[in-house]
Design a protein around this ligand. Structure first.
Ligand SMILES: NC(=O)c1ccc[n+]([C@@H]2O[C@H](COP(=O)([O-])OP(=O)(O)OC[C@H]3O[C@@H](n4cnc5c(N)ncnc54)[C@H](OP(=O)(O)O)[C@@H]3O)[C@@H](O)[C@H]2O)c1
Length: 277
C-alpha cells in the first residue's frame, strides 16, 4: 500500500486499516489472510475481541512478512491496574504468538473507575521493554488526554474514535490534530447502516463511479483520519482499499461534513459515561 501517515513518534502506517471485530476462529483467519493478500498492512484487534490468536495465525499463514504488517491490539477496561496491564500486554503477545505489537491502545478510558493513567504508565513501560512500538488510546476525550500528559508527560500518538458521516467528530479531531495525535476511525462505514444509502453520498458515488463506502472512506482519509474498515468478503475488502484514485472537492468535503448529527453515535457510547470491561 503506497499511501501512508507518519505518527509523531516516527512510525509509518497505512492510510487505511482492516478491522477484526467479530472476525474469529478459522473463518476469521481466512478473512484476515484474504485482507493481507489484497493489500491491507494494518490489522486492528483487541484483547476483548478474543481473536488475537486468529490474527497471529493469519500472519503466519500469509506470505506477507511480519515486519511489513502493522499489528495493533487493545488493553481491556478490566485490566487497567499497572501490573495487570503489563501481564495483559504479555498475554496479548502470547495469544498472537508475536514478539511485539506495532501499536497497542487503551480500549476505553472508563472514567468512573479512573485507573486509565495507571494503564497508560504500563503502556509507556511496555514500550520501553520493547513489547510495543507505538502507544495510543481509543475513545479518549480531550479531558482524558490532558490528564495523561499532565500526570505522565507522555501524550498518545494515536486515538481510535467512533467516526462516520453521521458522527464526524469535528471537535475531537481539532483537538487531536492540534496535539499531533492521529485519529483512527472505528465503524468508519457506520456498520453498513443508513450511511451507505445516504442520497448525498450516493450522488457523489455516481459522479466518481465509486460506491458509497468508497466515498465515505475517501472522505475520512481526506480529513486526515485513518479508517478501520471491516469486511469478511474479499470483494468488499478490495473495494474498500480502492479509494486513492480520486479526490473529493473542497465543496464536497463541506457537504459531507454537513451530514453529521448531534446524536449520531451508533450505540450511544459516549466515553464520558460509557464503560467497557
Ligand atoms: N475502539 C473501539 O471501541 C472500536 C469499536 C468498534 C469497532 N472497532 C474497530 O473498528 C472496526 C470497524 O468497525 P465495525 O466493524 O464496527 O464497522 P464498519 O467497518 O463500519 O462496518 C462493517 C460492516 O460493513 C460491511 N461492509 C464492509 N465493506 C463493505 C462494502 N464495501 N459494501 C457494503 N458493505 C460493506 C461489512 O459487511 P461484510 O463483512 O459483509 O462486507 C460489515 O457488516 C472493527 O472491526 C474494529 O476493529 C473499534
Amino acid at each position: 500500500m503506497s499511501e501512508t501517515y507518519q505518527l509523531r513518534d516516527g512510525l509509518v502506517v497505512p492510510k487505511i486499516a482492516f478491522g477484526t471485530w467479530l472476525v474469529n476462529g478459522a473463518q476469521g483467519v481466512n478473512s484476515i489472510v484474504s485482507a493481507l493478500n489484497v493489500g491491507y498492512r494494518l490489522i486492528d484487534s483487541a484483547f476483548n475481541y478474543e481473536n488475537e490468536g486468529a490474527v497471529g495465525a493469519a500472519i503466519r499463514k500469509s506470505p506477507v512478512p511480519r515486519e511489513d504488517i502493522i499489528v495493533s491490539s487493545k488493553l481491556p477496561g478490566r485490566h487497567h491496574h499497572y501490573q495487570e496491564a503489563i501481564d495483559t500486554i504479555q498475554e496479548s503477545l502470547y495469544r498472537a504468538g508475536l514478539d511485539y505489537y506495532d501499536l497497542y491502545l487503551i480500549h476505553w478510558p472508563n472514567p468512573k473507575e479512573d485507573n486509565y493513567v495507571e494503564a497508560w504508565q504500563a503502556l509507556i513501560d511496555a514500550q520501553r521493554f520493547g513489547l510495543i512500538r507505538s502507544i495510543g488510546v481509543s475513545n479518549f476525550l480531550p479531558e482524558h488526554l490532558e490528564r495523561l500528559e499532565k500526570e505522565t508527560g507522555v501524550m498518545p500518538v494515536l486515538n481510535q474514535i467512533e467516526l462516520h458521516p453521521y458522527f464526524n467528530q469535528e471537535k475531537q479531531r481539532e483537538y487531536d490534530q492540534a496535539h499531533g495525535i492521529l485519529d483512527q476511525a472505528w465503524s468508519p462505514l457506520g456498520r453498513a447502516s443508513n450511511e451507505l444509502k445516504d442520497p448525498f453520498i450516493l450522488k457523489l458515488a455516481e459522479k466518481y463511479h465509486k460506491n458509497a463506502g468508497q466515498i465515505i472512506l475517501r472522505w475520512e482519509t481526506q480529513l486526515g483520519v485513518l479508517p478501520i474498515a471491516k469486511s469478511s468478503h474479499t470483494d468488499h475488502q478490495r473495494e474498500n482499499l480502492n479509494i486513492f484514485d480520486f479526490e473529493l472537492t473542497a465543496d464536497e468535503l463541506v457537504g459531507m461534513s454537513k451530514l453529521t448529527k448531534v446524536d449520531g453515535r451508533l450505540k450511544n457510547q459516549d466515553p464520558a459515561v460509557y464503560e467497557e470491561f
